[in-house]
Design a protein around this ligand. Structure first.
Ligand code: FAD
Length: 497
């Protein structure tokens, strides 16, 4: 396709996506490339995106970031999962934790034993009680324990995180250029990007451009005209209103997601404040009413005025076109219900570094990149739709739409297979493991009709003992942990003044 050696990489945009990309590319490719990041002081970042999932720990390991320093610089707290409140039905809550319940057998996962015991009338505790992360979340306990510890992720301040990654990137050789992009210049012959023109009149040339300009998608969308697949018919929320509040209690070790009649509300606790937001559909709630609703339904004093953010859920038709790779909000957006956007940034940069076109861009690389991005985002899309669709809520037009809407065939199949057999299978590029699907399906009220026959090789006594032992060892593991806020105080107290 193009044999130009890729020497100059230009990242447009300096939000979470831009600086994550700059950090990983500069650390991994070092002197092999000249890396410039262009960002505008006049155009703010989206300013949200504060809950993460466990793979971010690996990203930081690759960057050689110390966990304590990172957390103290971003006012970070620990996250063991998400508490879904009122999603199954009003008054019914569950936790999607980062852990695995009990012990699985090669043929059947732990939930088959739990479902089997329940169906056979054996006394069982609630499913989450067999999972250390779930129990620790409910008991507000946490510690980083090197061996046999708990799986976790972080809550972080998005602005401070970008600042921190900027330092990391500059240490590894990335160069920041301040300026507002006025025009994207295309090559007359092949339509690829030649340079970007800044309002100052300066031109920034490059061989490869990474579009991190957020929802504006100046390069991949505006300049290269790459289309967008709109998934709003499956995920009808298209707006959010966000505000920060004071903490009213020590930070919880989990994100809260509270279902509301027209969407849902998040609460993300940091060391010094909480991030709050209402994700909603403008078909069912106006922006003004959303601001009022949020202001009236947060704990603690508002520190910022509620501000509205508009979005369209969906994906760019391709994330890599010609010599431009879209990363972050420019590449698409899935609403933040499962905190997957920062993870998708991490995956796309990792993939770009793995497929880095040093000796020129080959169509096979581009196709592989695009196919992997597509498979991954579609599987996350299905997982998010599941939360809305499998519900008993019938108390508003919004929920009645969600529970009766058509869903993608790939999701219908998963729901049917689980209902009929209790089985879930993870595909290659699925982000969420079987256990996540099980926790959410059962949490949303979808119980399997059947369980694996291997369970019936155990007599009632042995099955009961097995579950009792699992419960006991889970409790013992969690009881040893300190309170989450005590651990933060000792391990990574904020250094931000
Ligand atoms: C309501 C909401 C809640 C979210 N919550 C979560 C969450 O909990 N967890 C999660 O993982 N993700 C979440 N996300 C997603 C997350 O916020 C983003 O994935 C992440 O912040 C990356 O954004 P970005 O860097 O792509 O874009 P932005 O932050 O918008 O950055 C865009 C950059 O481009 C620059 N730019 C734009 N135009 C120009 C121009 N003309 N010239 C020069 N520079 C320009 C801007 O200055 C800025 O630096 C959420 C998103 C929304 C909308």
């Amino acid at each position: 396709m193009n044999n130009t050696r890729i020497k100059k990489v230009v990242i447009a945009g300096g939000g979470t996506a831009g600086w994550m990309a700059a950090a990983l590319i500069s650390k991994s490719l070092g002197r092999g490339v000249e890396l410039t990041l262009v960002e505008s002081d006049a155009i703010p970042t989206v300013g949200v995106g504060e809950a993460t999932i466990p793979p971010i720990i690996n990203f930081h390991k690759v960057l050689d970031l110390g966990e304590k320093e990172f957390l103290s610089r971003v006012n970070g707290t620990f996250k063991l999962g998400i508490s879904f409140e009122g999603w199954h039905d009003l008054g019914k809550d569950y936790v999607h934790s980062f852990g695995f319940a009990g012990k699985s057998n090669w043929a059947a996962e732990f939930h088959h034993f739990w479902v089997g015991a329940k169906k056979r009338g054996i006394d069982v505790s609630q499913y989450g009680d067999y999972c250390a992360e779930h129990l620790a979340a409910r008991m507000k306990k946490f510690a980083v324990v090197p061996k046999n510890g708990v799986n976790y992720a972080y809550h972080l301040d998005a602005g401070l995180y970008a600042k921190f990654l900027r330092e990391v990137s500059e240490k590894y050789g990335a160069v920041r250029k301040e300026g507002t992009i006025a025009k994207v210049n295309l090559d007359q012959d092949d339509g690829s990007i030649k340079s970007i023109l800044l309002e100052s009149g300066e031109t920034v040339e490059g061989d490869l451009f990474v579009d991190c300009t957020g929802f504006r998608a100046l390069l991949i969308g505006e300049a290269l005209g790459t289309g967008y697949d709109d998934w709003s018919h499956w995920l009808p929320c298209n707006s959010a209103v966000a505000a920060q509040t004071e903490l009213t209690a020590p930070p919880l070790p989990y994100t809260r997601s509270i279902a509301r009649p027209f969407g849902w509300q998040w609460r993300i606790p940091l060391q010094n404040r909480a991030g709050n937001g209402l994700v909603f559909s403008s078909d069912y709630l106006s922006d003004e009413d959303a601001k009022t609703f949020l202001a009236e339904n947060v704990d603690g004093k508002l520190l910022t005025d509620p501000r509205v953010i508009k979005f369209t859920t969906g994906s760019r038709k391709v994330h890599w076109k010609k010599n431009c790779v879209a990363i972050g909000l420019s590449s698409g957006f899935l609403e933040p219900l499962e905190s997957t956007s920062i993870h998708l940034i991490q995956r796309s940069i990792t993939r770009l570094v793995q497929l880095f076109p040093s000796n020129g861009i080959k169509q096979s690389q581009v196709d592989e990149f695009n196919q992997q991005c597509r498979d991954e985002i579609e599987s996350i899309r299905d997982f998010i739709i599941l939360h809305y669709h499998v519900t008993d809520r019938d108390d508003s037009d919004f929920w009645r739409y969600c529970r009766t809407m058509d869903v993608p065939d790939s999701l219908s199949h998963r729901i049917k297979l689980f209902k009929e057999t209790g089985k879930i299978f993870k595909k290659d590029l699925d982000l969420f493991a079987e256990e996540s699907w099980v926790q959410v399906m059962m949490g949303q009220g979808l119980m399997p009709d059947a369980y694996h026959p291997v369970v019936d090789t155990m007599a009632d006594d042995s099955l009961g003992e097995f579950l009792k032992d699992t419960l006991m060892s889970t409790k013992q593991k969690v009881e040893r942990l300190p309170e989450h806020h005590e651990f933060i105080e000792y391990y990574c107290k904020s250094t931000v003044v």
